[in-house]
Design a protein around this ligand. Structure first.
Ligand SMILES: [Zn+2]
Length: 123
């Protein structure tokens, strides 16, 4: 399912707008960006197996691990347009997967592990 970068970025914005307000107030130190595809380094870093697609990546220090320390650079969540497009057959599905990916990566920022996210249906 191919869309323009503008439409894709809109989906990301809609996903962020759907985050409950009590979380938004804590999102001061995280930025969400869109990239076409992950780099080889990012794929290796994510620990995904062969054949698995990387939809998003969280890079930073989770709030739960900071202990009052604020990193000098904002945390970055990257959402990858091409793998998401390849994995989706309709606009609705793409919008939904973008939302799940944004939520999943934001949850890492708030300190959730991948195992906990599986349990919450956000794996
Ligand atoms: Zn994850």
């Amino acid at each position: 399912m191919q869309v323009s970068k503008d439409i894709f970025e809109d989906f990301v914005r809609i996903a962020i707008a759907s985050v409950p307000e009590r979380f938004i107030t804590n999102m001061g130190n995280v930025s969400v960006i869109v990239a076409d595809s992950p780099s080889q380094d990012q794929i290796v870093e994510s620990g995904l197996g062969p054949g698995e697609a990387l939809y998003g990546l969280y890079d930073g220090v989770p709030l739960t691990e900071r202990g009052g320390y604020v990193p000098p650079l904002p945390d970055v969540i990257t959402i990858f347009q091409n793998p998401l497009q390849d994995g989706c057959r309709s606009l609705e599905q793409l919008k939904d997967e973008v939302r799940k990916t944004v939520m999943h990566e934001l949850a890492h920022y708030f300190g959730f592990s991948d195992i906990e996210l599986q349990d919450l249906g956000l794996g």
